[in-house]
Design a protein. Sequence first.
Length: 212
Amino acid sequence: MKSLKAFSPVLLWLAAPAMANSHVPPPVQPATSFAAVDVHKDEKVAVAAEPYDTINKEAIFRGDYFGYGVIPIRVIVTNNSDRPISLLETRIILITATGDNIKVAEPAEVERVMNSKRRESGKTPKHSAKPMPKPSRQDVDDDFDAFEFRALTVEPHTTRAGFVFYAVSGLDRPLEGAKLSVVTLRDAYGTELFEFQIPLDKYLNSQASAAK
């Protein structure tokens, strides 16, 4: 599979039912079920983002990515129109609060970032379970195989979901003020949909409210 980092065609993985700690994705739910979502009512398409930034959530993976400078983000695309949506040219970019554009990371970049640093203790909440290990290269490959964004289309009245990974090493609070930009989705006639912009503060605010 080619890398999303190079803006090659986005491939979205069709998720299977999840089981705790079994290294399979969680069940697919409509994009509107998530706090961080951008809904295009006229186009009848919604795109949501769900960062996996705690050890409890990262338990589906084979190691602690966020603690070592890589943030997995689950992207959910719901197509409520009567036409399929093409993801062949889609790009998914993490835009930081300072305006930096971070492209989707390849497995080799993920491994390089994690090997270049120690765990960032502030990246996981104090009430989390016992820290997870740093993923090995085989772990990274296996997690990409299981979780990465992989299908070429979203059929009418269907939701597809999968993960993208971003190298955020050196950013103290990479999600604060950041947004996910999803561009170049096309309908069955080749017409490009408007850009989806998903503020990740929506996710952070929902987590803060749930913790109260």
